[in-house]
Design a protein around this ligand. Structure first.
Ligand SMILES: C[S@@+](CC[C@H](N)C(=O)[O-])C[C@H]1O[C@@H](n2cnc3c(N)ncnc32)[C@H](O)[C@@H]1O
Length: 272
């Protein structure tokens, strides 16, 4: 799977490296320092792991995970909690979120305001094709396919459970909407007039390369919330929803694969 992981250091490997380094220091300290309880050693290891992860410039939310990892294992072993619960929890998370360790894109859904703004933006009568890269449970596609019968809507999703839900919903609803289990990096974007993505900051640079390589001149790329570093959009639509979403819109033209610092030509705000 070709993913954003290539653009930055893998946070999971950094976390594992911090834990192992801290564990090695702790084992050395156990041999030379005054006796502590197992839990106290685990807390000390957690503090060291968090500190190492901080030095490695991991995202701030990794710090409490590093801090609590070993103390939590020691505590649950002491309390006799069955490891099956953790296995079960892991499987449920894997089904819902897929390989977020690789993609660095979790599941969160576009708001109703985004659906309405996109619906208003899409062609009213002309035929068009639309893809949602990482379509989650397909809610956005389902709603758009109902309001824009002149469009063909396609979604690709890598996480098993959201994809399954999306597929079931698309089978029961409009014939102009289909959802596929797969990797967005393997999609041929030249087949679509409008490409929509609501991902995370991690893959945006690499996604832009794919867009410039594959999308046809005149086609449209819309990113919810996440900008492409160094490439100003042609227009923005600011929305009044609970996350303060902004739709960034790029019209693809032959010279678009260059980095630009120009300001967007048009900013539309629905805040008032
Ligand atoms: C933030 S959610 C957006 C869901 C939906 N597009 C929406 O707007 O409501 C991003 C989704 O992209 C999926 N995703 C991330 N990387 C992917 C990849 N390489 N291939 C397919 N789906 C991916 C994630 O599993 C997640 O469900």
């Amino acid at each position: 799977m070709q993913t954003a992981i290539k653009t930055r250091r893998n946070p999971v490997l950094m976390a594992a490296w911090s834990q192992l380094t801290a564990l090695t220091f702790t084992v050395v300290l156990v041999a030379v320092s005054p006796p502590l309880t197992v839990f106290e050693w685990a807390v000390l290891q957690g503090i060291m792991a968090a500190f190492i992860n901080y030095i490695l410039k991991a995202d701030v939310w990794w710090i409490p995970i590093q801090l609590c990892f070993l103390p939590a294992i020691v505590a649950t072993l002491a309390l006799g909690v069955s490891p099956l619960w953790f296995g079960l929890g892991f499987c449920v998370l894997l089904l819902i979120y897929g390989r977020t360790d690789q993609t660095q894109v979790p599941l969160y859904l576009s708001s109703q305001a985004v659906t309405q703004a996109l619906s208003a933006y899409l062609p009213q009568t002309k035929r068009f094709s639309f893809i949602d890269l990482g379509c989650g449970c397909g809610g956005l596609l389902g709603s758009l396919s109902k309001t824009r019968a002149n469009g063909t809507f396609h979604g690709v999703e890598a996480a098993p459970l959201p994809c399954f839900i999306g597929k079931v919903k698309s089978l029961r609803s409009q014939s102009n909407c289909s959802i596929q289990w797969g990797d967005l990096w393997k999609q041929d974007l030249s087949r679509y007039d409008i490409v929509y993505a609501y991902l995370s900051p991690a893959p945006m640079k690499m996604l832009w390369k794919k867009i410039c390589h594959e999308m046809r001149p005149g086609s449209i790329f819309i990113s919810n919330t996440f900008v492409i570093p160094g490439v100003a959009p042609d227009s923005c639509v600011e929305l009044k929803d609970f996350t303060g979403s902004t739709l960034y819109i790029w019209r693809i033209n032959p010279g678009h694969n260059t980095v630009s610092d120009k300001s967007p030509d048009l900013v539309i705000s629905s805040k008032n």
